[in-house]
Design a protein around this ligand. Structure first.
Ligand code: PLP
Length: 404
């Protein structure tokens, strides 16, 4: 059988639909974030990255770099095994304590990524709690959807951020079965924020546990970076808070926090925790330093807020439409995959601006977009340059005007 022909048929379809993904080959330039070298067919050149999820530039923070280097020198590179078989290192436990403290919980459990933490935790909860029903926000991330699917538990989807719909669906569930309300705080593509307090109140009314993904909020919201649940003063009422170490904390890895029994339960039954090599201790040490720093320092959060507001105001002045939301994510809808790709290519080729076109399945078809994530390290000049580029494009490009 000609397997390559089978693969190519589907790849060609993606290309025809405009949904084929081309990756930019970047070389991050330590100490110069958001600048990076872009390796392309026409050689190497410096670009400004406008779509990074290293939201606060902590991936190049000198304290975090030093912590990682120190731990490599002290412990070596890899962990040497799964957490169960020789891989649990002192640095992992220090990090888990730091994370439990961040969210005000009894315990925390580390995973190799945020994706794996959602997948492992939801699939374990859904499969091992007999008769469990998982009520999932319609906008939830693929990692949550896959975890729920794998659990084979009954799934009920409620309308995105719609507390009345959640309540109607909870009321329709049998009273005596375990129920889990799964949702996110900041939704990464539209940048909208969940009404966490209202969701918690409804969940409590029906005796459901709450599962909150704070991946796009940890480090950035709340006085210590504990996320929107910390900012809103409801963290203590959430059963399980999940997060990543790979975005605002600038390293890699994922985690859950909750009661000691909950974390022990996932530790003891989750295949995605048990059967994989532990994170390198140096990664844990770097992440702990990043978290500890952002518990104390608000400079990065304030700088980010300032630059987000500045970008939004500049876009408004130029009449460039962007989705309004209460977060740090600035999406500009183009609504067509081919046009989105074209605009991104043009920004890269003519303006040395890298912004990845966002297409299906990351967002629904017809809502393709450019998604900008200003950081505290984008300068005012970077913002002016971006807005000048977009403004030129908007003026030149009949397509963009028609969409706007
Ligand atoms: N949860 C949400 C809402 C996400 O957007 C992502 C990744 O983008 C993840 C989880 C996965 O986190 P990680 O990148 O650490 O695997």
């Amino acid at each position: 059988m000609d397997f390559d022909a089978l693969f190519n048929a589907q790849l060609n379809q993606l290309k025809e639909d405009g949904n084929y993904r081309y990756f930019a080959e970047l070389e991050r330039d330590c100490g110069k974030f958001p600048k990076a070298a872009s390796h392309g067919e026409d050689g190497v050149r410096d670009v400004t990255v406008w779509c990074s999820n290293d939201y606060l530039g902590m991936g190049q923070n000198p304290l975090v770099i030093d912590a990682m280097c120190e731990a490599v020198a002290r412990t070596g590179t890899g962990a040497g095994g799964t957490r169960n078989i020789s891989g649990t290192n002192h640095d992992h436990l220090l990090l888990e304590r730091e994370l439990a403290d961040l969210h005000g919980k009894e315990a925390a459990l580390l995973f190799t990524s945020g994706y794996v933490s959602n997948w492992a935790a939801l699939s374990t909860l859904g499969s091992r709690l007999e008769g469990c029903i998982i009520l999932s926000d319609a906008g939830n991330h693929a990692s949550m959807i896959e975890g729920i699917r794998h659990s084979r538990a009954e799934k009920v989807i409620w309308k995105h951020n719609d507390v009345a719909d959640l309540e109607a669906k909870l009321a329709a569930c049998p009273a005596n079965v375990p129920k889990i309300v799964a949702f996110e705080s900041v939704y990464s593509m539209d940048g909208d924020v969940a009404p966490i307090r209202e969701i918690v109140e409804v969940a409590e009314k029906y005796g459901a546990m709450t599962y909150l993904d704070e991946v796009h909020a940890v480090g950035m919201y709340g006085p210590r970076g504990g996320g929107v649940s910390e900012r809103d003063g409801v963290a203590d009422r959430i059963t399980l808070i999940e997060g990543t170490l790979g975005k605002a904390y600038g390293v890699v890895g994922g985690y859950i926090t909750g009661s000691a029994a909950l974390c022990d339960f996932i530790r003891s039954f989750a295949s995605g925790f048990i059967f994989t090599t532990a994170l390198p201790p140096a990664v844990a040490a770097a992440a702990r330093t990043s978290i500890a720093h952002l518990k104390e320092s608000s400079v990065e959060r304030e700088g980010q807020r300032r630059q987000v507001a500045r970008l939004r105001a500049a876009l408004d002045r130029e009449g460039i439409p962007h989705m309004m939301n209460d977060s740090h994510i600035v999406p500009v809808l183009i609504k067509d995959p081919v046009k989105t790709r074209m605009l991104a290519d043009y920004l890269m080729a003519e303006w040395d601006i890298y912004v990845q076109p966002i297409n299906y399945p990351t967002v629904p078809k017809g809502t393709e977009r450019l998604r900008f994530t200003p950081s505290p390290l984008h300068t005012d000049a970077d913002i002016d340059h971006l807005v000048a580029a977009l403004s030129t494009l908007w003026k030149q490009c009949a397509i963009a005007h028609a969409v706007a």
